[in-house]
Design a binder for this molecule. Structure first.
Ligand code: MN
Ligand code: MN
Length: 465
């Protein structure tokens, strides 16, 4: 064989995942960059699961979706949404085929790691007012002090009134902050391990320092803060007991790199899959199969709770659709197919030791498909079948969608899970697919614009094929 023949043989036999620069035209890159402008806007408006639901419903209604009414009959092409307690939402377009052919489901989560307030958060110490917190999800606690924080969420009064709170997002808004020790006095702290560098009970948020005017008694600073909150929002200290207040980074999404090829933001995990899944559902006009984008809550704490995917809300919604055509839910659900749309770890050249280069996802190599997640010998994963992997692989290649495989770290290095196993539990074929992320779970994560766009193309193709 001559050199050309050998090269051809290599081309035929070797698996060589491509880099975006090899396969994407300038036009397609421009389209991808344009798509990401909408994504950045979504990120800034949707920092919590409640805000994401509001933004998604508003986008859906603008695109002709109407609120689902149980028992109502919907016809092919009709677009509906199901709002689960304001914290998770399903977008659904009724297909031309009967529901008994199954539903195509893309499931992403809209909660992100953050700092929640404790039920009784506010206290005063040495004339400073602070909030006690309990962090939510897997964070490296040392990353959260000394960055500007915003407070988002809802306080529910005893009469049921929901008071929405969002402070720290406008440029002129005050921000909040967790303090850290100065290095001059950090010698003992420096001897702690990194994971213990800042402890859970040290994540106290500074919220004020001026006393209530004319009050020289104790807790005058706390009184002043409560009075400000009462005048602005109309709630009192006891109302914190029925509140969900979440401190998140106050900064906005922005381009990263001199070439603007990446986006830095809080909460890419998993809005970077949620937004493409939403846009794919909005763009999937008159699909053959009934399609659903499920934007769920609670993934970062194990999918427990009635707004997470270990609850039955998605199954019950499919039961309603099945009943509409006179079928039992189980007859439909076992025919469903699902893309579990969640991020994966991107290879970081600064920390190569934890990743197997041959099985890791890289930024700019497209959306990553993971046959399994889990840890310690694949524990806690649904591990998609080779048959389903083959089907998804063919779908992506046939549509010229740039994709790669990925694995969350070397064997026994760590690991993680997604909603895939809760979908699999329902007797549904499911595989993990998502965007590679640098600095995952940090207050400021990084993704590649081209990968975000490829995630959108993958979900859209899945819906309309
Ligand atoms: Mn995730
Ligand atoms: Mn996560």
């Amino acid at each position: 064989m001559d050199k050309t023949q050998i090269d051809n043989l290599k081309e035929k036999l070797f698996y060589n995942p491509k880099h975006a620069s090899e396969v994407m035209s300038d036009n397609e890159i421009e389209t991808a960059d344009g798509f990401c402008e909408g994504y950045k806007d979504f990120l800034d408006k949707s920092k919590t699961e409640r805000e994401a639901v509001d933004t998604i419903i508003s986008l859906a209604e603008t695109n002709g979706f109407v609120q689902f009414i149980p028992g109502e009959k919907y016809n092919a092409g009709e677009k509906i949404y199901y709002n689960n307690r304001g914290k998770s939402v399903i977008l659904c377009v009724i297909g031309k085929k009967s529901i008994i052919e199954g539903v195509k489901i893309a499931a992403a989560h809209i909660d992100s790691p953050r700092i929640d307030l404790k039920p009784n958060p506010l206290y005063e110490d040495t004339s400073m007012a602070l909030f006690k917190t309990h962090y939510y999800g897997g964070i490296k606690k040392y990353q959260w002090p000394t960055i500007p924080l915003a407070l988002h969420g809802a306080v529910v009064l005893k009469d049921g009134t929901v008071v929405k709170v969002c402070i720290g997002e406008d440029d002129e808004d005050p921000k909040l902050v967790i303090t850290d020790l100065l290095p001059h006095l950090g010698a003992q702290q420096g001897k702690r391990t990194l994971s213990d560098g800042i402890r859970g009970e040290e994540l106290n948020i500074l919220v004020g320092s001026r006393p209530f005017k004319g009050d020289d008694s104790s807790e005058a600073v706390k009184l002043n803060i409560l009075n400000i909150l009462y005048e602005k929002y109309g709630f009192v200290e006891e109302d914190f007991l029925s509140a969900e207040l979440e401190a998140v980074p106050a900064f906005k999404a922005c381009d990263i790199g001199f070439d603007r090829s990446m986006i830095g933001s809080y909460g890419h995990d998993d809005r970077v899959c949620a937004y493409p899944a939403v846009m794919a559902a909005l763009d999937a006009v008159d699909p053959d199969y009934t399609i659903m984008s499920v934007l769920t809550d609670k993934e970062e704490v194990g999918s427990d709770g009635n707004t997470g995917l270990d609850s039955s809300y998605m199954q019950y919604f499919i039961n309603y659709l099945a009943a509409m055509e006179g079928y039992d839910g189980y007859e439909v659900i076992r025919k469903c197919e699902c893309l579990s749309a969640d991020v994966t770890c991107a290879f970081d050249p600064t920390f190569p030791e934890v990743l197997d280069k041959r099985n890791s996802a890289f930024i700019n190599k497209g959306v990553a498909v993971m046959k399994y997640t889990g840890a310690r010998g694949k524990a806690g994963t649904s591990d998609a079948s080779a048959e389903y992997m083959a089907k998804v692989r063919a779908m992506l290649d046939n549509a010229n969608i740039l994709w790669q495989t990925g694995e969350l770290g070397k064997v026994d290095e760590g690991g993680g899970g997604t909603v895939a196993k809760y979908v699999a539990k329902l007797d549904v074929d499911v595989i993990d697919i998502g965007v590679p992320v640098l600095s995952m779970h940090a207050p400021f994560e990084v993704v590649s614009k081209l990968d975000v766009y490829m995630a959108y193309r993958a979900f859209y193709e899945f819906f309309v094929q």
